[in-house]
Design a protein around this ligand. Structure first.
Ligand SMILES: NC(=O)C1=CN([C@@H]2O[C@H](COP(=O)(O)OP(=O)(O)OC[C@H]3O[C@@H](n4cnc5c(N)ncnc54)[C@H](O)[C@@H]3O)[C@@H](O)[C@H]2O)C=CC1
Ligand SMILES: CC(=O)C(=O)O
Length: 354
């Protein structure tokens, strides 16, 4: 007995130009049922197809993170060019539907919206200096994203990322757990690289956090660094390897200088932030519950009271967005540095005009 076949959009047999391929090339199997509704279609939108947006887009594709990747930019011809260029790699990539439009309606139903649009630093310019230019753009970008994907997670990358995460939170009206800045996830990777390079170990075996501002006032949490589970400072003491606060501060400065150096040399940074943002998208979409140093609403954590400021803290990320902030022991010096970093961001934030 032959069961009736259910036709659905995913079992469509229409070929290019609407040609019905059922009886020629494509012969459907019998005994079919409608597609399962338990596996959700996952969609990531990337706003801004510049150096950073495209590095993130291509990492998302190669790591097979979403069923659909949608791109938005203000420049229509560049946007279409980038979309086609990615689509032409289809034969070498996991299957992902790639769409693009200047109209935000194309982002409807996104799980994550990653915002990379905006001005970037010229050599020597600080991230905080970009605020006014990128605030104006965010007023055009965030409201339509919130309208078309009211349940999404906003992942902010544009700089200054901490202040703009606060702006995105305010403009979207989203709960704070669904607005995240990529923050010091990238700085921490630079930090782990430098430590790993110094000790000649794998950076993935180095647990180390940079917190606070994604920028000049960032804070290195030396007291909690471990390598393969061994606390770093006690290892240095045990091996009688001398270290001084100045030496450690020099490494932190090298982390801060890292971005300026790359911008001086190639004009922008892209590959590391591409991997960093895709790494965050994976933890969020796949409910990995991993701890990442990212920019979150810090009110109530680490002695930051009574002020609404976004800065990076070690946060657990999952399908619900920010699930919580980890309570790491800070030395007095680290706690003071974190307070100073919050003050630096708040000072810039106080000049915001919505
Ligand atoms: N948080 C982080 O760790 C990092 C942040 N960044 C930041 O990312 C941002 C982007 O940097 P790049 O990609 O190098 O710049 P870019 O100049 O290459 O690209 C910016 C893109 O934004 C688009 N854009 C401008 N206005 C728009 C609007 N209203 N709607 C949609 N798209 C719009 C432009 O057309 C352009 O394609 C900068 O603010 C930069 O500072 C860069 C690296 C790391
Ligand atoms: C540009 C920037 O924010 C970075 O590469 O860290």
């Amino acid at each position: 007995m032959v069961e009736p076949m259910h036709k659905s959009s995913s079992s469509s047999t229409l070929g290019p130009g609407g040609l019905d391929l059922t009886e020629s090339f494509f012969k459907p199997i019998s005994h079919t049922a409608p597609p399962s509704t338990t596996k959700r279609h996952t969609k990531i939108s990337v706003i801004g197809v510049g150096n950073v947006g495209m590095a993130i887009a291509q990492t998302i594709l190669t790591q097979d993170l979403a069923d659909e990747l949608t791109l938005v930019d203000a420049i229509a011809h560049k946007l279409r060019g980038e979309m086609l260029d990615l689509q032409h790699a289809a034969a070498f990539l996991p299957r992902t539907k790639i769409t693009a439009d200047v109209d935000y309606a194309v982002t409807a139903g996104s799980d994550i919206c990653i915002v990379t649009a905006g001005a970037r630093q010229i050599p020597g310019e600080s991230r905080l200096n970009l605020m006014q230019r990128n605030l104006a753009l965010f007023k055009m970008i965030i409201p339509p994203l919130a309208k078309y994907s009211p349940d999404s997670i906003l992942l902010i990358v544009s700089n200054p990322v901490d202040v703009l995460s606060y702006v995105a939170w305010k403009l979207s009206g989203f709960p704070a757990n669904r607005v995240i800045g990529s923050g010091t996830n990238l700085d921490s990777s630079r930090f782990r690289f430098l430590i790993a390079d110094h000790l000649d170990v794998n950076a993935q075996d180095v647990q180390a956090f940079i917190v606070g501002e994604h920028g000049d006032s960032s804070v290195a949490l030396w007291s909690s660094i471990s390598v393969g589970g061994v606390p770093l400072l006690s290892l240095l003491e045990r091996e009688q390897i001398a270290y001084e606060k100045e030496t450690l501060e020099k490494i932190r400065k090298e982390v801060v200088q890292g971005a300026y150096e790359v911008i001086n040399l190639k004009g922008y940074t892209s590959w590391a932030i591409g991997y960093s943002a895709a790494n965050l998208a994976r933890s969020l979409l796949r409910d990995q519950r991993k701890i990442h140093p990212v920019s979150v609403l810090a009110k109530g954590f680490y002695g930051i009271e009574g002020v609404e400021v976004f800065l990076s803290l070690p946060a657990q990320l999952g399908r619900g967005g920010v699930l919580g902030v980890i309570n790491t022991d800070l030395t007095e010096y680290e706690a003071q540095q974190l307070q100073n970093s919050a003050k630096t961001i708040l000072e810039v934030q106080s000049h915001l005009e919505f």
